[in-house]
Design a protein around this ligand. Structure first.
Ligand code: PRP
Ligand code: ORO
Length: 172
């Protein structure tokens, strides 16, 4: 198996960009991890998912990936975890089933939120609130990269423990 250091190096090599970037939170950063680059490499994505599977909290019943980058991660993770999967939109679909969370039912189930990158934690907090309103029990989130910019603390304030496969420190 690829070592943790080799895996971190591969993620950094394919996804780390430097320059000036506006982040989802509105913050400006001079470093950006383009998650679609490690998600677009099936072998690398599968290795990440294999490592993330051991971080899934005991008792998890459903994996819920967040649109858009979290969808590829959760799909890869589910193959290892053998758990049903929900696909969580940023906004409920306006037609058809009109669902916010597609796929597996989340109501009344212990749901793990799965995300690619966590910066401020804002997106995970929003989506967790929406999942909870749908009846999901959410107390953990799992991400590929924690940029270590206050996300874990913001999640903790909402009763969500963050687990991360990699931190920014692993990728510099
Ligand atoms: O912790 P935060 O400060 O909320 O930032 C991280 C969020 O921002 C990025 O999403 P983006 O809006 O780029 O969406 P995408 O996955 O749809 O490309 C990333 O995928 C997280 O969802
Ligand atoms: O905070 C963000 O929006 C963000 C940061 C990052 O490194 N990568 C990403 O896809 N989004």
């Amino acid at each position: 198996m690829t070592s943790s250091e080799d895996l971190a190096r591969r993620v950094r090599d394919v996804s780390r960009l430097t320059g000036e970037f506006v982040l989802r939170s509105g913050r400006i950063a001079n470093e950006y991890f383009d998650k679609y680059q490690f998600e677009a490499d099936p072998e690398l994505l599968d290795q990440l998912a294999q490592r993330m599977a051991v971080l899934i909290p005991e008792g998890t019943e459903v994996l819920a990936g967040l649109e858009m980058g979290g969808i590829a991660v959760v799909t890869a993770l589910a193959r290892h975890a053998k758990l049903p999967t929900a696909f969580v939109r940023k906004q409920a679909k306006q037609y058809g089933t009109a669902r916010l969370a597609e796929g597996a039912e989340v109501a009344g189930r212990r749901v793990l939120v799965v995300e690619d990158v966590v910066t401020s934690g804002g997106q995970v907090v929003i989506s967790t609130g929406e999942l909870r309103r749908l009846g999901a029990h959410v107390d953990h989130a799992l991400c590929v990269i924690d940029r270590q910019e206050g996300g874990a603390e913001a999640l903790a304030a909402e009763g969500i423990k963050l687990r991360a496969l990699l931190t920014r420190a692993d990728l510099t």
